[in-house]
Every structure is written in C-alpha cells, then in structure tokens.
Design a protein around this ligand. Structure first.
Ligand code: ATP
Length: 341
C-alpha cells in the first residue's frame, strides 16, 4: 500500500471499502481507486481465483470499461487498484435525475455505450454476472459510462466471508432465481432491467422484500412503461426481459437493430477519434462541438480523449455482420465490425 496515498473513502460495498488514492509512483500523482476486500476465511485457491479474475481484467483495455491496474495483499485484505470514475455511479445519476425523465435519445446513448462494452467482453467470453446501475460508473461529465466489477462481485459472493450478504436482487434473472446457471443471456436480462430503469427512473421489478421481488421476477411481472417511451424502445425492453433466456437477443442482435444502429455509428465515430493523429485529437469535429454547444446534455465521446488513461482501442470487435458506414465527408473512419459469437 506504500505506493498509494489514501485520500478518502468513496464508497462501501458488500465485500469491502473503496478508497480514493493518489499513486505515489506516477509523475502526475494519478488518482486511482483502491478497493480493499476482506479475504478472511478464504482458502489460498479461492484467493488465487479472485486474483486471477483481476489479472484477466488487467488485460482488458476499453474506453467504456473501468481499467484495472494492480492487485496485491495488504493486511489480510486483497487490494484491487482500478481507474477512478469521477462521476460516481449510474444509480446516483438516476436518483439525481428524478422526477424529470431522461430524453429517450439520452437513454439510447447510454444503453448503446453499455452494449458496446458488453460486446467487447462477451466476445472474449467474459460475462459480467452482476450488471446493475451501482456497477455502471460515469466520467465526471456523466457523458460516458464505464462498466466495473466484471465477474469479481459474483466471484466474491460465492467465495468470500461476506457470501451471506445478499446484494440487491432486483436485477437477478429468472434463471438465476431458479438456481440455473449463468450465461451471456443472463447479462442481457440485467441489461433490460437497467434499460427500463433509465427510461422510468424506477426499477423494473420491485417489492417490499426479497421474496416478493423474486416472485415478480419468476412470474415475469414487470412494472409498466409510460407513454413517453416509444413503441420501438418498449419492444426492445420486452425482448430483453423475456423469461426464456434463449428467446432474448444477444448483444450483436441489438447492435444491428435499426433503433440502435445510428447510436452505434455515432459513438463509434467518436471513439475513432481516439486513434486519430494527435493534432486531430485536439480538434473535435464541428458537428461534435456544435452538438456540445447547443445541447449541453447531449452525450458524446469527445471527452474520452481527456478521460481515458491508457492507449485505448476503438475497434468494435469482430464480425459476421459487417456494418459499414457510408460517409461522404472523406473522413477516414474504420468500418464497424460486429461478430456474431
Ligand atoms: N472505480 C470507481 N470510481 C469511483 N467510485 C467507485 C469506483 N468503484 C467503486 N466506487 C464507489 O464505491 C462504492 C462501493 O463500490 P463496491 O464495488 O465496493 O460495491 P458495489 O458495487 O456498490 O456493491 P457490491 O459490493 O454489491 O458489488 C460504489 O457504489 C461507488 O460509489
């Protein structure tokens, strides 16, 4: 822990406490989050398994996924060092937005960003297993999402001393409630719950206590959606929240959906600028800057260049569907490729 100066506690979860720290080694005293997890009672094999998850995440570099830098033992605790998301959680952003709903296009921009991040991980056969607004972090301006906790919280929930602590059940899928195994389609259910919550600012499945919430999930009794949500978007939510996981779309099905595709292309264009030569990076295109001027709440990826901490790739992985952008403005933007995996 000598490498980090502890500044303040930013939050507590079921398994530990998150400290905002300054890295003493970096020339900029870079701010990072150090999550300290009590590993009391864990066998060496279990501890190695959790460290293994973190090592796997250290290899993932994506602008929409929290970067993991290091992990080590510190006084009976496992310390996980990760990127600091200054905007806090999506859960808090939703609370602060109430009672005025987000514009549908704002929700679709957030939703598509989450899809792109999930696509990156699912294409590497990594499932999140605990997708919920608390695990979706935001940049300072709340324009960019950063998914965190891939695999880690579930790894902990089965192995750590805190395994009796039950996290929020509202995003659990029917198959998990029924004790069946987890797969990528289970993330899609949780994604449907997050989508609903962004649109309605309340949870899709709610109740007074754990059994009543589980009952609603297993019966598929979700809260209704208001008329402010367009029929196309309502249909997408219903497709994600299908009881039969096989009938749910996967990430690649959604990325080529006509409602989502324009958002995918726009976000991809913004991501592409990260790979542009330095002189171009400093000069946002007029369309982007005018969007920023006229609609301050419009989400763009422009500030990625400022917020990303490492060289990031903008490739939206792989393909059997290949979507090419017909761009007449002579900008060189790599084709978006999406794999059906
Ligand atoms: N990378 C980060 N950047 C900024 N704040 C963070 C970061 N990671 C966690 N936090 C803050 O710390 C809080 C606790 O995070 P933690 O991951 O320990 O638990 P959780 O995800 O809220 O719940 P659970 O323990 O069920 O996974 C979060 O709610 C968030 O406010």
């Amino acid at each position: 822990m000598d490498k980090y100066e502890q500044v303040r506690v930013v939050g507590r979860g079921a398994f530990g406490v998150c400290w905002l720290c300054r890295s003493r080694n970096s020339s900029f005293n870079r701010k990072v989050i150090v999550k300290l997890i009590n590993i009391h009672g864990l066998s060496e094999a279990e501890e190695n398994s959790i460290s293994g998850e973190v090592k796997l995440l250290q290899k993932v570099q994506h602008p929409l996924i929290i970067g993991y830098f290091d992990s080590f033992r510190f006084e009976n605790q496992l310390a996980i060092v990760m990127q600091y998301a200054e905007g806090g959680t999506m859960e808090r952003m939703i609370q602060e937005q109430r009672p005025e709903k987000f514009a549908e296009k704002t929700v679709l921009e957030y939703f598509t960003q989450i899809l792109i991040a999930l696509n990156h991980m699912h294409s590497k056969q990594i499932v999140h297993r605990d997708l919920k607004p608390q695990n979706i972090l935001m940049n300072r301006r709340k324009t960019i999402v950063k998914l965190s906790d891939f695999g880690i919280s579930k790894e902990l929930s089965t192995k750590s001393a805190a395994s009796t602590v039950i996290g929020t059940p509202n995003y659990l899928s029917p198959e998990i409630c029924e004790g069946r195994s987890y797969n990528q389609k289970t993330d899609m259910w949780s994604l449907g719950c997050v989508f609903y919550e962004l649109l309605e600012l309340k949870r899709a499945f709610d109740g007074e206590n754990l059994p009543s919430i589980v009952m609603k999930i297993t019966k598929g009794t979700m809260n209704t959606m208001g008329e402010h949500v367009s029929p196309e978007v309502q249909e997408l939510v219903h497709r994600l929240l299908q009881m039969n996981e096989k009938a749910r779309p996967d990430v690649t099905d959604l990325l080529v959906n006509p409602t989502i595709l324009p958002y995918l292309i726009s976000i991809h264009c913004d991501l592409s600028r990260l790979d542009a030569p330095p002189s171009d990076k400093r000069k946002p295109s007029s369309s982007l800057s005018s969007r920023l001027r006229t609609t301050p709440n419009t989400l763009t990826m422009r500030s990625l260049a400022l917020s990303s901490t490492s060289s990031q790739t903008s490739t939206i992985e792989k393909s059997s569907f290949i979507v090419r952008q017909n761009d007449t403005s002579k900008k060189i933007i790599p084709p978006i490729t999406i794999t059906k995996y």
